[in-house]
Write a protein that binds this ligand. Structure first.
Ligand SMILES: NC(=O)c1ccc[n+]([C@@H]2O[C@H](COP(=O)([O-])OP(=O)(O)OC[C@H]3O[C@@H](n4cnc5c(N)ncnc54)[C@H](O)[C@@H]3O)[C@@H](O)[C@H]2O)c1
Length: 356
């Protein structure tokens, strides 16, 4: 088997789906591993080279032999127009996203196949590899950092963000502020049993006085007064339909409403089912926090909703993702997850053909 790790097209994408350590595991299992050099990837080229990978120029996947599997994380550049390879990445084209037809046509023209990482699932539909844990960890850490910074009149993360070398860089920002002597916040995580919920709980434990963990059971009959009797709210719910409304504009500002900092890790403001319909669009690395109202104590409620949180911690996010993906890669393309991804791809190609 021959696999080729692409340099990511997006200039800010520093994550990798396979670490140098796991590239070595693939080589030991008999894989031939090519890796494109990259000026931005969080792992240096020299580590892949030392692991036994063949280093190739960025963008050379286009000319790889036809039997090579091309691995990446995010979308492809817009050229070439034909894709003859088997490709593994997050393509973001199966939910009728902008440009899905043209992207699928590239595969149809070249005879290639897409194994979309978002749909690499087991027989119960559970994702084989996901970035959720570190999304929750970073989302909660940003909220905690900002909350403590405000207590001391500092900007904290609201001055703008760039990716962190590792989690300790972010943790030390929080720990330094927590030593400032103010009361540690009481936080609540909704969707606490999920991947991002677990990450959020772990990050909040750096400097929270108390952490309440709610999942489906606790929100079935929502006690909003108990919900708003916290300083920090982190939403990590995977919403699949209507029903859950955590906070609406009408719920803000009541006398018992203590919440001052919100992190919406789920970050789905454009969905009809958004459980936090108190903001209209994701916030950015440049301006991660916005004010969404006032709480019962007359303090501004600040919210962050960044839609690419794991990219802020590319090292940990990549290591975790690579660890989850490795067993599937070692069984490429025999496992049920590869069959599921391929079946979906083929059904989308049929949909394209029927649409004409
Ligand atoms: N902002 C980002 O960068 C980023 C990155 C990754 C994932 N996400 C998003 O985070 C969300 C969670 O992802 P995940 O991987 O943690 O999912 P997950 O499936 O691991 O966990 C979701 C949790 O939500 C809970 N839940 C569902 N309905 C609920 C309800 N009504 N009340 C309370 N809890 C409920 C589930 O029981 C589960 O524990 C998704 O919407 C995902 O798209 C965002």
């Amino acid at each position: 088997m021959k696999i080729h790790l692409r340099d990511e097209d997006r200039p800010t994408e520093r994550r990798a789906p396979v670490t140098p350590q796991h590239a070595r595991t693939l080589i030991e299992a008999g894989w031939d591993v090519d890796v494109e050099t990259s000026a931005k990837r969080i792992f240096p080229d020299s580590d892949y080279n030392a692991a036994g990978c063949h280093m190739k120029p960025a963008g050379s996947w286009i000319d790889a032999p036809g039997d090579t599997v091309i691995l990446g994380l995010k979308e492809l550049p817009s050229l070439p127009e034909t894709l003859p390879h088997r490709m593994i990445h997050f393509a973001h084209i199966y939910k009728d996203q902008h440009g899905w037809r043209e992207e699928l046509r590239r595969f149809a023209r070249g005879g290639g196949r897409l194994y979309d990482l978002e749909f690499l699932v087991d027989s119960e539909g559970r994702r084989k590899a996901a970035f959720g844990y570190w999304a929750g960890w970073v989302g909660a850490a940003l909220a905690l950092w900002r909350h403590l910074a405000r207590d001391l009149g500092a900007a904290g993360p609201s001055k703008g963000l760039s990716s962190f070398e590792n989690r300790d860089a972010l943790r030390s920002e929080i720990e330094t502020l927590a030593q400032g002597g103010k009361r540690l916040p009481r936080a609540i995580v909704i969707g606490a049993k999920g991947r991002s919920g677990q990450g959020a709980v772990d990050a909040l434990s750096i400097a929270c006085g108390e952490i309440t963990e709610w999942d489906k059971e606790e929100t079935a009959d929502l006690d909003r007064r108990a919900l708003t009797n916290h300083d920090v709210l982190v939403n990590c719910v995977l919403v699949s339909g209507p029903g859950l409304l955590l906070l609406t504009p009408e719920n803000l500002g009541g006398p018992d409403q203590k919440i001052r900092t919100i992190s919406d890790v789920s970050c789905d403001p454009l969905s009809d089912y958004n459980p936090l319909p108190i903001y209209r669009e994701p916030t950015s690395w440049k301006r991660p926090f916005i004010t969404v109202g006032m709480n019962g104590d007359g303090e501004e409620i600040e919210l962050t909703a960044v839609d690419n949180l794991p990219s802020l911690l590319p090292k940990e996010a990549s290591e975790d993702f690579s660890r989850q993906l490795l067993p599937s890669l070692l069984s490429f393309d025999h496992g049920e997850e590869w069959r599921a991804a391929l079946d979906l791809f083929e059904s989308k190609i049929r949909k394209l053909e029927m649409a004409g």
